[in-house]
Design a protein around this ligand. Structure first.
Ligand SMILES: O=C(O)CCC(=O)C(=O)O
Length: 294
């Protein structure tokens, strides 16, 4: 493992930034109850989303005009809060998430895919529930410190088989639930392991999320081919992320070369242990985030 160079500040508040870099997650008030109601009403006017199970507009088969309309609504609702919270970031992607009651409403423990050089920059998700959330209705669940444990390239449409993703072995018992009120933000590093357990209530659990990248960061798509090799493709503008169908290699994007994935495999026990060590006070010590670039 190598020691990466330190990424720049993510959050404007110095204390909160320190906590964010170490834990990979912080919470803070974001929307007033009036703003929550207004956002719900704007989204309702666009259509009916979700039903049973877990539904995310970013992954759903929507017309691109509708996806863009959702993105505009979410970016505009988040704009003021994000500009007060983050240091010079811009929105890249967004989701309106409906976790229907009952079966199939879990979102597995995962890390969001990588979209930049994480040894230099950090990508952030601001996730805001539009109803109060706790263990009863599938609040976000996280593994603190895990954003600094490198387990592979976090590529699309899949992680290479050689990386032996330790997250696949984890259960929600290994996570910490983050209960928050409607309108309160869970701000997390996109490399953080997170997910949400089942919605045991009889009402849908609504949330909105916007992913942000530093304005100065070059953006990339890390594409894993069927031969398990991962290639870095240049993303010329954040809008391109929302237009790509990455089930197949987007040949029109410029290749920046293959990245090497050589690293010893991490077991789930090691993953949890390293995350705990980092969150308990050894920031950056064990980190090799971003070290896989060839
Ligand atoms: O809303 C949820 O339950 C999960 C959201 C999530 O995993 C994400 O935004 O990456």
């Amino acid at each position: 493992m190598t020691t990466p160079s330190q990424p720049g500040p993510v959050l404007q508040d110095l204390g909160l930034n320190q906590e964010f870099l170490q834990q990979g997650v912080v919470t803070r008030p974001f929307f007033s109850s009036e703003q929550v109601a207004e956002l719900r009403s704007e989204l309702d006017q666009l259509g009916t989303f979700g039903g049973t199970g877990f539904y995310d507009t970013a992954a759903a088969a929507l017309e691109s005009a509708q996806r863009e309309a959702i993105h505009r609504i979410l970016c505009s609702a988040f704009a003021q809060g994000a500009s007060e919270l983050l240091v010079d970031y811009e929105p890249v992607m967004s989701s309106f998430i409906v976790k229907g009651p009952g079966q199939d409403s879990q979102k597995e423990i995962h890390r969001d895919f990588r979209l930049l050089d994480e040894s230099q920059f950090r990508a952030v998700c601001i996730w805001v529930p539009l109803v109060d959330v706790d263990e009863s209705n599938g609040a976000l669940a996280v593994i603190r410190g895990s954003h600094q444990v490198d387990t592979g390239p976090r590529s699309v449409p899949m992680t290479p088989r050689y990386s032996q993703d330790p997250l696949l072995e984890l259960s929600f018992e290994d996570t910490e639930t983050v209960p928050v009120l409607a309108g309160e933000a869970v701000v997390f590093d996109m490399a953080l392991a997170h997910g949400s357990d089942m919605n045991h209530s009889n009402l849908p659990r609504y949330a909105a999320a916007v992913a942000y990248a530093p304005k100065s960061a070059p953006l990339s798509l890390y594409f894993c081919d069927s031969d398990d090799s991962v290639e870095e493709l240049e993303i010329p503008h954040p809008d391109v992320f929302r237009q790509i169908d990455w089930r197949a290699r987007p040949d029109y994007l410029q290749s920046l070369g293959k990245i090497s994935g050589d690293r010893p495999p991490t077991t789930s026990a090691e993953f949890l242990d390293q995350s705990r060590t980092i969150s308990q006070g050894s920031p950056h010590k064990q980190s090799s985030v971003g070290s896989e670039s060839a």
